[in-house]
Design a protein around this ligand. Structure first.
Ligand code: FES
Length: 65
Protein backbone atom coordinates (compact mmCIF):
# COMPACT_ATOMS: atom_id res chain seq x y z
CA UNK A 1 0.00 0.00 0.00
CA UNK A 2 1.22 3.46 -0.85
CA UNK A 3 1.70 5.73 2.15
CA UNK A 4 2.99 8.77 0.28
CA UNK A 5 1.65 9.60 -3.16
CA UNK A 6 3.64 12.78 -3.82
CA UNK A 7 6.87 10.78 -3.53
CA UNK A 8 5.63 7.26 -4.23
CA UNK A 9 6.60 5.33 -1.12
CA UNK A 10 5.05 2.12 0.11
CA UNK A 11 4.49 0.74 3.57
CA UNK A 12 6.99 -1.98 2.73
CA UNK A 13 9.67 0.58 1.84
CA UNK A 14 9.13 2.37 5.15
CA UNK A 15 9.41 -0.90 7.08
CA UNK A 16 12.65 -1.62 5.23
CA UNK A 17 13.89 1.88 6.10
CA UNK A 18 13.25 1.12 9.78
CA UNK A 19 15.35 -2.03 9.47
CA UNK A 20 18.06 0.17 7.96
CA UNK A 21 17.94 2.58 10.90
CA UNK A 22 15.17 5.11 10.15
CA UNK A 23 13.43 6.34 13.30
CA UNK A 24 12.00 9.74 12.39
CA UNK A 25 10.16 11.28 9.48
CA UNK A 26 13.27 13.15 8.47
CA UNK A 27 15.02 9.81 8.07
CA UNK A 28 12.61 8.86 5.27
CA UNK A 29 12.60 12.18 3.39
CA UNK A 30 11.19 13.28 1.04
CA UNK A 31 8.10 11.50 2.44
CA UNK A 32 5.67 14.07 3.88
CA UNK A 33 7.54 17.10 2.56
CA UNK A 34 5.19 18.17 -0.22
CA UNK A 35 1.46 18.18 0.61
CA UNK A 36 2.02 16.66 4.06
CA UNK A 37 -1.13 14.51 3.97
CA UNK A 38 0.86 11.34 4.58
CA UNK A 39 2.75 12.70 7.60
CA UNK A 40 0.56 11.26 10.35
CA UNK A 41 0.30 7.87 8.67
CA UNK A 42 4.03 7.69 7.91
CA UNK A 43 4.88 8.68 11.49
CA UNK A 44 2.50 6.07 12.93
CA UNK A 45 3.96 3.44 10.64
CA UNK A 46 7.50 4.34 11.70
CA UNK A 47 6.56 3.95 15.36
CA UNK A 48 4.69 0.71 14.78
CA UNK A 49 7.47 -0.79 12.67
CA UNK A 50 10.13 0.26 15.16
CA UNK A 51 8.32 -1.55 17.97
CA UNK A 52 7.54 -4.63 15.90
CA UNK A 53 10.81 -5.11 14.07
CA UNK A 54 13.39 -4.14 16.63
CA UNK A 55 14.20 -5.89 19.88
CA UNK A 56 13.06 -4.15 23.03
CA UNK A 57 15.81 -2.21 24.80
CA UNK A 58 17.41 -4.06 27.65
CA UNK A 59 16.02 -2.87 30.97
CA UNK A 60 17.67 -4.55 33.93
CA UNK A 61 15.12 -5.77 36.48
CA UNK A 62 16.93 -4.19 39.40
CA UNK A 63 19.02 -1.15 40.17
CA UNK A 64 22.26 -1.11 42.10
CA UNK A 65 22.98 1.63 44.62
FE1 FES B 1 3.21 12.42 1.03
FE2 FES B 1 1.92 14.33 -0.25
S1 FES B 1 1.28 12.31 0.09
S2 FES B 1 3.83 14.48 0.78
Amino acid sequence: MYVCLCFPTTERQIRQAVLNGARRLRDIRPVATQCGKCGRCAHALLKQASKALLPAPFNPPCEHD
